[in-house]
Design a protein around this ligand. Structure first.
Ligand SMILES: Nc1nc2c(ncn2[C@@H]2O[C@H](COP(=O)(O)OP(=O)(O)OP(=O)(O)O)[C@@H](O)[C@H]2O)c(=O)[nH]1
Ligand SMILES: [Mg+2]
Length: 330
């Protein structure tokens, strides 16, 4: 049924996205970013076809070479036969100018490569809103057939940590010479890394940064049987270490697949999706102007009903409505 082309524009768009059309993907991501109603319909169409991609998150301080590294990583993946999507996320609109500039340069470099798709997503206010757009964006790109989706965030802060929770493998980039301490440790990023990358390994001090990271990992409490967090050196500027980094990401993917970690992330993401979908359903019905809701408001004021009972009753009515709608559609 999902394969049929119909008059429904969302089914039509989802078919094109599944076929890998870059124009359709861009349109879909714009809908997702705007969080429009049509985006939910589109994602419903695509849901069954998503779930196969490996999501790699990459974060680290500004200027550490994330974009350069991601570009090299993406190119190397395509040489290995994989299709790669890059989602550059900017949780803080204050930095978006720089990110957009960097991405323009990169987009030009990668424009020739049909196996790489690149897109920026900026914050539209609420952090929660951004996480949602990111998760939906990932599902869309996944359904579009990308094998690897790289999620890149600018800067180091709580918003980056939040965004990274959706990734299967998290890379944290450090660079030599940013001070006595490693930025990642200061920013509390050490806990979220599956793989540490010391980029700009061509610069003096790379060995010291490496040793500091190794020491902090040694001191960190690691639960028994947990993934052995690795530290790799790269020089994104010339591609050194990129191949080894991809091997390590592949190794991590294999490890979490075998040890239940992947399933844990999938469970967490699925739970989030259901809660979000429920929130949308409720927000649509639990608002002034919806007859049943207005009646409940009056009943509460008249002390004929208590809030909990009213909410319960409205939820049950909502459940009946939804079931009816679904039957009607089939
Ligand atoms: N020497 C050296 N310079 C590098 C390396 N990787 C990146 N750079 C340079 O570092 C600068 C910043 O690189 P970006 O890739 O834009 O860094 P970023 O982390 O994406 O920066 P933001 O998006 O602003 O956070 C650029 O001038 C790069 O050319 C490297 O391995 N060695
Ligand atoms: Mg960048």
């Amino acid at each position: 049924m999902t394969q049929t082309v119909s008059a429904d524009p969302m089914i039509d768009l989802s078919t094109k996205i599944r076929g890998g059309s870059q124009t359709a993907i861009a349109r879909g991501l714009t809908l997702v970013e705007r969080r429009s109603d049509t985006a939910s319909q589109l994602l419903a169409e695509l849901w069954r076809d998503s779930g196969g991609a490996h999501v790699v998150g990459i974060t680290g301080p500004a200027g550490s070479g994330k974009s350069t590294l991601v570009t090299e990583v993406a190119k190397e993946y395509t040489e290995r036969g994989d299709k790669v999507a890059i989602l550059a996320v900017d949780p803080s609109s204050a930095y978006s100018g720089g990110a957009i500039l960097g991405d323009r340069i990169r987009m030009t470099e990668l424009a020739e490569n049909r196996d790489i798709y690149i897109r920026s997503m900026a914050s539209r206010g609420a952090t929660g809103g951004l996480s949602r757009a990111v998760l939906d964006g990932i599902s869309l790109l996944d359904a579009a057939g990308f094998d690897v989706i790289i999620l890149e965030t600018v800067g180091v802060g709580q918003a980056e940590v939040d965004v990274m929770t959706v990734a299967h493998t998290v890379l944290v980039v450090s660079v030599p010479g940013l001070g006595d301490d490693i930025q990642a440790i200061k920013a509390g990023l050490i806990e979220i890394a599956d793989i540490h990358v010391v980029n700009k390994a061509d610069r003096p001090g790379a060995d010291l940064t490496y040793k500091q990271l190794r020491e902090s990992l040694r001191l960190a409490h690691r639960p028994a049987g947990a993934w052995d967090v690795s530290i790799l050196k790269t020089t994104a500027a010339n591609g050194d270490g990129v191949s080894e980094l991809i091997d390590e990401v592949t190794q991590h993917r294999k490890w979490i697949t075998e040890h239940g970690g992947l399933r844990e992330i999938e469970k967490r993401n699925a739970a989030t999706r259901i809660r979000w979908a429920a929130e949308i359903l409720i927000a649509e019905r639990f608002r002034p102007g919806v007859a049943a809701f207005d009646e409940a408001v009056e009943a509460l004021i008249a002390r004929e009903e208590d809030p909990r009972r009213a909410a319960d009753r409205l939820l049950q009515e909502l459940a009946h409505d939804t079931t009816d709608t679904e039957r009607g559609e089939q």
